[in-house]
Design a protein around this ligand. Sequence first.
Ligand code: GDP
Length: 547
Amino acid sequence: TMSDVTAAATPESGASAPKAPGAIAREVQRRRTFGIISHPDAGKTTLTEKLLLFSGAIQMAGTVKARKSGRHATSDWMEIEKQRGISVASSVMQFEFRDHVINLLDTPGHQDFSEDTYRVLTAVDSALMVIDAAKGVEAQTIKLLDVCRMRNTPIVTFMNKLDRETRDPLELLDELESVLKIQCAPVTWPIGMGKNFRGVYHLLRDEIMLFRAGEEKADGSFEIIKGIDNPRLAEMFPLEIEQLKTEVELVHGASHPFDLEQFLAGVQTPVFFGSAINNFGVREILSALVDWAPAPRSRNATVRDVAPDEQPFSGFVFKIQANMDPAHRDRIAFLRVCSGRFERGMKVKHLRLGREIKVSSVVTFMASSREQVEEAYAGDIIGLPNHGNMQIGDSFSEGEMLQFTGIPYFAPDFFRSVRIRNPLKIKQLHKGLQQLGEEGAVQVFKPVQGSDLILGAVGVLQFEVVASRLLNEYGVDAVFEGTSISSARWVSGDDKRVLADFEAALGHNVAYDAAGNLAYLATSNVNLRLTEERWPKLKFHATREHS
Ligand code: GDP
């Protein structure tokens, strides 16, 4: 059997017997791995806390907030370290709900919006989109949804803050459909809003869940009244119930009925209304994730697709985080398990380096603390401490040569050129930037002409982090200056001569990134468009895959 082969290949691995394939499949089926996407202030932190309440980790309730307020502190080195130290522990949260294992991955937002934010989404199987119902679709939501679309990630939508005056719910759905280009299937519908918010009507169950402000129940259960025609409702709030009936008719006529297939294809999103701060509608979200969102699915690798319930272990690194102690240069690589069963103490192969490592120290992320992991299955995230030899995109297996694909680098939106005060430190600068580039902290471009290095990032805080880490870890006092560059595209083409001509003609704006890929650094959108038009044989890409 498969298990014999595995055991023979790694004789010293794990003490306990490998699980039967059926047992692995059962563990996979009960896993849900998702991330929350939202614009700052829509309520992601609040909702995360409420979701954790369901796991029984009620002591968490203040923790997420404490971490967030740290974000607004000054960004000197110790502060950044402190924040990152805390966020290592809480950037992955695992909890149980209705006999399911839920992995919630934090997608950093706010000022520390970085490539991590994007790449975390390559490690999830579904996403929860939180919208402030007073504001509707906002800029960061659009960006994050675009990334979800690359893998057709199924999206559940939560319209938050119905206890406030919000925009018209029908108009909100319209905006979602037209701006985000995603079909909306309302599952609950709000009754009133703000001071007159009475609750939500469950369109599939024909039930009304009554809202009471300030009633923050840990189990999120609110009084339920069966049937929209129930006379009790007309007694309780005659005006709102009349309006509800009219709206429900409109909704049935104008919107899409919920369709599981369409949801799983990423074409349609079920929409829930509620109020995170009141824990209202949160349990419905969690149920939707458990009932509808997909368990871990097969993943593409270079040689074949890897199914989650295969016996041998495999996974890939989607994020690297420097540890708290800069003196030790310890890093934690976040690995998403893609197949098999991981067990502490087992030997796995680091495929890029062709090296076998024994994983005796691994961290997992329970809602309440950072703990040693004993076993993990597809969908789970484990943290591998290392000294800088692991990179984003690295694959691990029990020996089979496979490289998981689809872990992208995103064209940066912000650029700086780097200068150093002490020219004797040029070597350290290059070494530092090389390593920080590999870690995914920043993108480094070396123009074909000229000696300045150009740094690129998707969030400006990345530059501050890089500057302080260069100083603290490499002893390099670097100065970052603005540049005329406004966007970057990776360039490919079949004809080597055309590529060489391109390089020669536009030397100042053509550069190589840390992995040796050719890129064009444009000075404006117009400039980019003109260049694309002038070089029709070349392709310009806004993302590139890890290589
Ligand atoms: P994040 O930036 O997306 O993490 O948002 P937070 O969870 O920090 O919420 C932003 C602000 O909105 C905070 O002041 C919250 O207290 C508030 N908030 C969150 N959910 C609700 C809600 O359901 N109703 C109201 N009225 N305010 C809310």
